[in-house]
Design a protein around this ligand. Structure first.
Ligand SMILES: [Zn+2]
Length: 132
């Protein structure tokens, strides 16, 4: 099971997660948003037929602001973004993979902080209650 034991947002633009095997990582919400697995973001094709092409993320207000994370059944987590995008259903396996591939070093986190400001709010998601 790749479900994390803890998810929080150390800064408005960062997302951290921790797993019971000891792995923990912090990624930027921008990367998390770009990894959205929904049909709109990845495009839909069945065999050779393309039903819709992937839509790149628009840099519009709220596009990278996460308003909520909700567990869906026992297998996935749904992300709600401030610009209304809420179709991204991240399986726990994918969630873990995104964190493994985009883990930010302390240096990397500081660079993003300098770029985006230094808000100290630490937001824990309600998800914490539902994944124990
Ligand atoms: Zn999406």
């Amino acid at each position: 099971m790749t479900k994390p034991i803890q998810i929080n947002r150390p800064k408005p633009f960062l997302l951290s997660a921790k797993w019971s095997d000891g792995f923990s990582a912090t990624i930027s919400l921008e990367e998390f948003r770009k990894a959205c697995p929904c049909a709109e973001c990845t495009g839909e094709r069945i065999g050779e037929v393309i039903y819709s092409r992937p839509k790149p993320v628009k840099f519009e207000p709220g596009a990278f602001e996460l308003t909520d994370l909700k567990a869906v059944g026992n297998y996935a987590i749904c992300a709600f973004w401030k610009n209304g995008h809420d179709t991204g259903l991240y399986s726990w396996d994918l969630f873990r993979k995104i964190f493994e591939e985009n883990n930010l070093s302390q240096d990397g986190q500081e660079k993003i902080s300098k770029k985006l400001g230094n808000d100290k709010r630490n937001i824990s998601f309600k998800i914490l209650n539902s994944i124990k």
